[in-house]
Every structure is written in structure tokens, then in C-alpha cells.
Design a protein around this ligand. Sequence first.
Ligand code: BG6
Ligand code: MG
Length: 214
Amino acid sequence: MIKAVIFDLDGVIVSTDEFHYQGWQKMADAENIYFDRAINERLRGVSRMESLEIILEKSHKTYSAEEKTELATRKNDIYRELLKKITPKDILVGVSSVLEELKRRKIKIAIGSSSRNTPAILERIGLSNFFDAVADGNDIKNSKPDPEVFLLAAKRMGINPSECLVVEDAEAGVEAALAGAMKVLGVGSAATDHRAHLTSNDLSAIEVDTLLNL
Ligand code: BG6
Ligand code: MG
């Protein structure tokens, strides 16, 4: 029986994916590095610096550690500017009702995200104080597919990992949940991931009872 649900943030609670893409695309264009949406798919759930390394696979230039930090900062500045557009109306379909229903049933809920911008995003969508625990990119050394962020979220809620369900849109996130011995619901880009225990395009078609009995 599931006692807690850990939600990824980007692509699960709110669709920041397009803003991440636009930030990286602008940075890559300015540096004359080839980048497209297919490469962008590989960045889902992956930390900022690891995302940069994936982008730099197409670069002919070798960048120093300082230059890499500057490139990542440049992308993040563009991304943070775009984030200013986000409001509570951008919470993805089905999310609010599932969150409310879990709360009503006294099931613990947490965020488990690789993003260091998690606090700012939660603030923008009005959910800063909504979750029992938040574990994010600021708290961890190893980003997804390592299970660290989910294990930390479980620990902060005081729930055994085997009693946690993770909701993920990223391949790396599905792998991280499985590595942490947790159940997984794959949504969005992970809706076709056969490793997940359950899949759905979004949360609107999900019965909370089904989730809790996974
Ligand atoms: C994840 C996103 O949630 O956070 C990734 O899916 C992103 O695309 C990662 O790279 C890190 O985000 P940030 O906000 O710390 O740059
Ligand atoms: Mg995600």
C-alpha cells in the first residue's frame, strides 16, 4: 500500500520544459553549437551541468570549467526570465485534484526534482507551503537516474521507500524511482515507458485509488 507520493516538478506539476529548451537553444545558438529538440529530450530530469555536458558533445571547442559555469549561468538567466510568466494557471491538467485528494486521504506528498529553481517555481505557482517535503537540486550530489533526490524526499517524510510512489515524466526519473525501489507512474514523455508500473498521458485520467494500490 502506498503511503506517500513524490512528484517530479518540471513536466509533471508544471510545464517548464519549453522554457528550459528555449534557454539552452539561445545559449547554443550564441556559441554556434548545434542543438535541437531531440537533444533537448535527453536533458529531461538531468541536472543543469550534466545537461550542459550533453549539449557540449556537439561543440568543436573545448571549454574550461569557468567557461562552462558561465554558459550554464547564461542559460539559467534566460530561463529565470521566462519563469516570470508562470502563474498558478500553468499547473498541469489533473494535478490540483490529485494533490487535493491525496491530502484529504492524509497521504503524504513531496516534490523530488533535480532543479535548483524548485523553490522559485513553487512560489510562482502558489505551492511553496503545500508539500510535506521538498527535495531538489540544491540538496543532492547525484542527479537522476540516481535515486538520491527521491530517497531524501522519502526520508524527510519519514516513509519507507517501498511505500512511496513517484510521478515522473523523464526516462532518468523513472530509472531513479526504480533504483530507489519505489513504484512509478509515468506521465507525459514517460507515458510510453514500459518500465513504469502505470502510465498515463496526464493526471486527469488517474483514479487516486488505483495509485494507492500499486
Ligand atoms: C529538471 C529538468 O527538473 O531540472 C531538467 O527536467 C533540468 O531539464 C534540471 O536541467 C535542472 O534544472 P535547473 O532549474 O536547476 O537548471
Ligand atoms: Mg520532469
